[in-house]
Design a binder for this molecule. Structure first.
Ligand code: TPP
Ligand code: MG
Length: 323
């Protein structure tokens, strides 16, 4: 049992516990609008973010809670955000798909498929031109691989040799569209076409993700330009909580059952001491329970404040709306 295994287990377990709680709250209607559960894909966020500092940046997706937590966001402030309260890190204005904590380098989940790649490339350009050693990780799904904006971002990142690691979470589906019906060729080979070094790993194995991510992040930090990491993974639940609520599953149930056998948390748990697992499991449970109390007790924004925080700086001055 190594310190790295313990840290990865803790990170994944927190995401799982948090997401199970959110799924329940989304199905009951407490989280309005629902969520895209990250359950099953925890090894990717945990394995990659294990090698980032607070100064590094991430951009995320509509399925973003796992990335945000693995990057160090407080679960209680994320949950407060999902409940639309002023204690959320975006004062309840962002919600699940736009949760961001700039102080922690979390440039936001993103409801627009592929958009995080362009934002991440911009952040990497700033990091490079300001001479810092900060790097950017941009997470996206297999569905984003056919979005023009992401391919443009690959081009500029490679052309300008920017410090960005593109992480493709290939969970085999974009909503209900199968990978084979949505992606021509192969994701990693496509990235290589832009002159990037590209690797594919088992995204259900946190240690495998962690060790390849460490190598590629180090490469980015040393100025070797962008890199691409494809993680083969699977989501254990439907695309969105509404499908769970309605009992709809587009995928083959045997396929789902097969992937569930490869649960990344159970696989790593078997390598840890029982006492360590018990300790982490109960600490995580308590942390999520405290987050629920905190978020449920937080205030909802006053409707009179609806126009606040829409503009900053020049925008605020132009419109006359002050914060
Ligand atoms: C530009 C854009 N097109 C379409 C959508 C609708 N949409 C939301 S999630 C999604 C599927 C994304 O699939 P993938 O990138 O593989 O991520 P996953 O849901 O599998 O994590 C689509 C098409 C969107 N949000 N943005
Ligand atoms: Mg997908």
């Amino acid at each position: 049992m190594t310190a790295n295994q313990v840290a990865l287990y803790r990170s994944m377990k927190l995401i799982r516990e948090f997401e199970e709680q959110c799924l329940e709250m989304a199905i009951s209607g407490e989280i309005i609008g629902g969520i895209h559960p990250y359950i099953g894909q925890e090894a990717v966020a945990a394995g990659v973010c294990a090698h980032l500092t607070t100064r590094d940046y991430i951009t995320s997706t509509h399925r973003g809670h796992g990335h945000v937590l693995a990057k160090g966001a407080e679960p209680r402030r994320l949950l407060a955000e999902l409940l639309g309260t002023v204690e959320g890190f975006n004062k309840g204005r962002g919600g699940s798909m736009h949760a961001a904590d700039i102080e922690l380098g979390i440039l936001g989940a993103n409801g627009i498929v592929g958009a995080g790649g362009a934002i991440g490339t911009g952040a990497a350009w700033v990091a490079k031109t300001s001479g810092s050693s900060d790097i950017v990780v941009s997470f996206f799904g297999d569905g984003a691989m056919s979005q023009g904006v992401l391919l443009e971002a690959f081009n500029l990142a490679s052309l300008w040799s920017l410090p960005v690691l593109f992480v493709c979470e290939n969970n085999r589906y974009a909503t209900s569209l199968k990978l084979e019906s949505g992606l021509a060729g192969n994701a990693a080979r496509r990235a290589e076409g832009f002159g990037m070094t590209a690797h594919t790993v088992d995204g259900m194995d946190a240690e495998a993700v962690s060790s390849k991510a460490e190598e590629l992040i180090e490469r980015c930090r040393l100025g070797a330009g962008p890199a691409f990491l494809e993680c083969l993974t699977y989501r254990f639940f439907g695309h969105h909580s509404i499908l769970e609520k309605l009992g709809i599953e587009f995928r083959d149930i045997d396929e789902v059952a097969e992937w569930r056998q490869r649960d990344p948390i159970l696989a790593l748990r078997n390598k840890l001491r029982t006492e360590t697992v018990t300790e982490i499991d109960s600490a995580v449970k308590e942390e999520v329970a405290r987050a629920v109390d905190f978020a449920r007790g937080a205030e909802t924004p006053n409707p009179r404040d609806a126009l606040l925080y829409l503009y900053s700086g020049l925008g605020a001055a132009k419109t006359g709306v002050t914060q």
